[in-house]
Design a protein around this ligand. Sequence first.
Ligand code: 3NM
Ligand code: MG
Length: 510
Amino acid sequence: MPVDLSLYLVTDSTPAILKGRDLCSVVDEALKGGVTIVQYRDKTSDTGVLIATAKKLHQITQKYGVPLLINDRVDVALAVGAEGVHLGQDDMRFEAAKKLLPKDAIIGISTSSVEEAQKAIDDGADYLGIGTLFATPTKTNTKSVIGTAGTQAILSAISDSSVGTVAIGGINHSNVQRVLYQSKFPKKGLDGVAIVSAIIAAEDPKASAEKFAKLIKTPPQFALTTQPARANEAEALLQEVPAIVRKMTEVHPLVHNMINFVVANFVANVALSIGASPIMAPYGDEAKDLCKFDGALLINMGTLTSESVANYQKAIQAYNERGNPVVYDPVGAAATEIRRNAVSTLMASGYFDLIKGNEGEIRQAWGSSVVQQRGVDSGPSTMDGQQKAKLARDLARRERNLVLLTGAVDYLSDGERVIAVENGHPYLGQVTGTGCAVGSISGCFLTAHRSDKLLAVLSGLLMYEIAAENAAAKEYVRGPGSFVPAFLDELYAIRTAAARGDDGWFVGRA
Ligand code: 3NM
Ligand code: MG
């Protein structure tokens, strides 16, 4: 019978985690809550204590018909007749353990790279512990933190194998659905998640396990439904744009902007012009109330401070839990070490429905930035259109979200489809905040239209860029200064036309 790895509990007896409680009763509670497999992991106790505790744990797990594995110690597993062992890369070699253990014993191997995973499969491992997923205080001597992107890379490389897989490291209630969702390679996903502190250190281990069991069975609210491109995809999408713009004017979405102070006023005016309700709220704790409205969150790290990241994290968590859209604009992503770290931290902190940025920023989000970005400007391009389209698609595919790579031509992808948008006007590049406002507008459209997120963002982008063209064409517009008020007027004009059901603004323009 295959092992159920879905909710894999790893024990820890250190005082910081066990907090003076009896390990056996904590594990019993966790089993009541729905844990499907237990690994006894104790790096410090003497062999006598290990065997005595393992014996007691085994009596408990047997009551629930759940396998007990022993970390590292094949001798302890043999002494108590446990169902198997879990071995790290520095523990007893697989073949040696295999020889010592009964034929049907379960052997799991810790892996943090494609090479280690491949080797473990060739050896004949029953399952792989894949990690370290996220940095965790529970295990500080980890070799590498690989994130959902690294986990996905391993799953993709071993997708032909039927080996079991669990991710480990920093998994908790607020990230477990996203971990399962974003780690998945189309042909192979994780069979489960391995958890230490979020269950063992929980006030109520049974309730914690129950919550995990429920979350694991439910896809996240924000899950993206991608569609394969139709033969005439662009035309088919364009037909729907006016109706989506009309819908947005009816919804009056709230857009919660955590935005830089340079552009806050302009972005708020753009949101008002299109009929949305902007709120500029950098205080992360406010998100738990703001996320309850029909609205979106924009994280724009243009004027990052030492407090920003913690505030962003609180807001992302609140919106992710609610399932309301989150847009990430990693402004100046590659400019400084602080910003590069912020990008990694934030991308590990939550799910972004849309990542929007220029070439340098999207490259940093992908993790392949080779040139240092100068300031927060876009800088000279080193990629042609095809490379940009591919980067947008690859990042969207890996993150299982939308990516909008902005420039003279914008590339928008959901990992399947890539749409190039050539509308707009050079004046947009002469006014600060015009790029940032696209993030805010995208949030509004993602709120209004959820069934095809790519279509939602495309609609907002076209409304925006057509308004810019209309504004620049006004005879009284002589440059960026006179462009700004004309642009707000034209956004407002499209919004009022759309609300009347008049699609004239769009016909023949995109
Ligand atoms: N192994 P928590 S990370 C036991 O990377 C262990 O192999 C890891 O603890 C690995 O769920 C880890 O509290 C600790 O973050 C996971
Ligand atoms: Mg070990």
